[in-house]
Design a protein around this ligand. Structure first.
Ligand code: ADP
Length: 315
């Protein structure tokens, strides 16, 4: 698609964009000096999905999100939101974002802040939500008259969420939304999110917790070293990411271990073998049937190791 076509489509009035996936990232790359933060990343998200961008710290999630929001200029490649450049989607209220640690202004109340944000959409094609509806959706009604600089961590996060909702976005982008929250605030946050997602909003959020991706996303995109290394349902991703280590003592020959179901790697030291498995039940059953093993141990592999394995296998 040429730039002109993108512009023509984006210029139409109204809140529901006529065409385009909710977001499309085309061979996005961004380096900081010698660090390739994002390295030729492609991703298309159709409307209505809730997608987790899962990866270890430093994988390039925030940089990707920065480019998706039009806040960071890519070195090459480009991002589209509903078939238009991100900046235009933001102006039309189609794209709402919650950055990782967005500072909130001081000396205003929660309600004043949300009225102000709604006011910034005046004169645009956006159809912002009435501030009172935003307050209710983000469960802020009871603290609407508090100063925003006097809130607890969980309350401040709800205000950031409310700011992201103010334009009534069709795509909501959240960078590690629960990073600074305690367990209770986390739970509350995801409840609010889920209610919002039920309206058909497309949601992209980043996390380095597999459990969070598992519980809250329809689709999990694993990012490591600036690239997509796995993309699937949470069930599929868990099969490759949630690896298990099965250790056994083996008498004699060990080459058959690598052919057991689920086994993706074998490391032998003396008579002890460590098997990496993507299906520990099947591996353990097969070992039991083989009978020639002792001292069986099963332990989850560290998620960081799994990410690394995916990245290495991909090359
Ligand atoms: P994530 O969000 O997955 O933790 P980031 O996108 O923040 O990853 O970072 C990806 C890589 O780019 C890291 O190595 C990080 O140190 C580097 N990086 C990110 N932002 C900057 C910056 N502004 N200046 C220099 N290096 C950066």
């Amino acid at each position: 698609m040429t730039d002109t076509e993108v512009r023509d489509r984006g210029g139409q009035a109204g809140t529901e964009p006529a065409t385009g996936a909710a977001l499309a990232l085309h061979r996005l790359s961004k380096s900081y000096g010698a660090v390739r933060a994002v390295d030729g990343l492609d991703l298309t998200v159709p409307r209505g999905q809730t997608v987790a961008l899962l990866g270890p710290n430093g994988a390039g999630k925030s940089t990707t999100i920065g480019m998706l929001l039009g806040l960071i200029a890519p070195d090459s490649g480009h991002a589209e939101v509903f078939g238009m450049p991100p900046e235009r989607a933001v102006r039309r209220g189609l794209l709402g974002a919650m950055p990782q640690e967005g500072g909130l202004v001081s000396r205003v109340t929660v309600r004043e802040l949300l009225r102000f944000v709604a006011g910034t959409y005046a004169g645009t094609h956006a159809a912002p939500l009435p501030p009172e509806e935003v307050l209710a959706t983000a469960r802020l009604a009871d603290i609407a008259d508090r100063w925003v600089d006097r809130l607890s961590g969980g309350q401040a996060q709800r205000v950031r969420f409310a700011v992201a909702l103010a334009g009534n976005p069709r795509l909501l982008v959240l960078d590690e939304p629960t990073a600074a929250l305690d367990v209770e605030s986390r739970r509350e946050f995801w409840e609010n999110m889920r209610r919002y997602a039920e309206r058909g909003t497309t949601i992209l959020f980043s996390t380095h917790y597999l459990e969070e991706a598992d519980e809250h996303a329809d689709r999990v995109v694993v990012v490591s070293r600036g690239r997509v290394v796995a993309d699937g349902t949470s069930r599929e991703i868990k099969r490759v990411v949630a690896l298990t280590t099965v250790s056994v003592t083996v008498d004699g020959e060990t080459s058959w271990l690598g052919r057991l179901p689920g086994v993706t790697a074998v490391e032998v030291r003396g008579d002890r073998a460590r098997l990496r498995s993507s299906d520990s039940d099947a591996t353990v059953l097969a070992l039991a049937r083989a009978g020639a093993v002792r001292d069986l141990e099963v332990a989850p592999a560290a998620l960081e190791d799994a990410f690394l394995a995916l990245t290495t296998e991909e090359k």
